[in-house]
Design a protein around this ligand. Structure first.
Ligand code: UDP
Length: 140
């Protein structure tokens, strides 16, 4: 299996409840390494650009408001098969459907305020990492 990188975001519902450390522990316990991390407040323009594939969806406006409602922690996770591994740790988009022991099952408030984002393919991971981090900010 290849060592990969994926982009993770700890969303505003989770930073508001002071869950950054608990969520990071899930990644580290599963063997993923946090090789870059910063706490930022997304601008409306950044949130719209990041989620542009969902621009036509009915939830887009609400999603952008939510993602700009408080701080987020953007991070690069590195490890074997990191994209799929992280999606497994996160659980399904809707916490009602998320498997026991996943971040979304244990922490998410709703399908929107679902605590974490994780890239869904290696290609998207590469572009999402570039969206937030320069090369020198990633320290393996
Ligand atoms: N989302 C929402 N309502 C929906 C579906 C998605 O508010 O009906 C939000 C939710 O925060 C989700 C994000 O939009 O994480 C991106 O949706 P996607 O389908 O890409 O899910 P993900 O890859 O985050 O599991």
């Amino acid at each position: 299996m290849a060592v990969e990188r994926t982009l993770s975001i700890i969303k505003p519902d989770a930073t508001r409840r002071n869950l950054t450390g608990k969520i990071n522990a899930r990644f580290e316990e599963a063997g993923l390494r946090i090789v870059a991390q910063k706490r930022i407040r997304l601008t409306k323009e950044q949130a719209e650009k990041f989620y542009e594939v969902h621009a036509e969806r009915s939830f887009f406006g609400e999603l952008v408001s939510f993602m700009t409602s408080g701080p987020v922690v953007v991070q690069v996770l590195e490890g074997e098969n990191a994209v799929v591994a992280n999606r497994d740790i996160m659980g399904a988009t809707n916490p009602a459907n998320a498997a026991p022991g996943t971040i979304r099952k244990d922490f998410a408030e709703s399908i929107e305020a679902n605590s974490v984002h994780g890239s869904d393919s290696p290609e998207n991971a590469a572009s999402e990492i570039k969206f937030f981090f320069s090369k020198s900010e990633i320290v393996p």
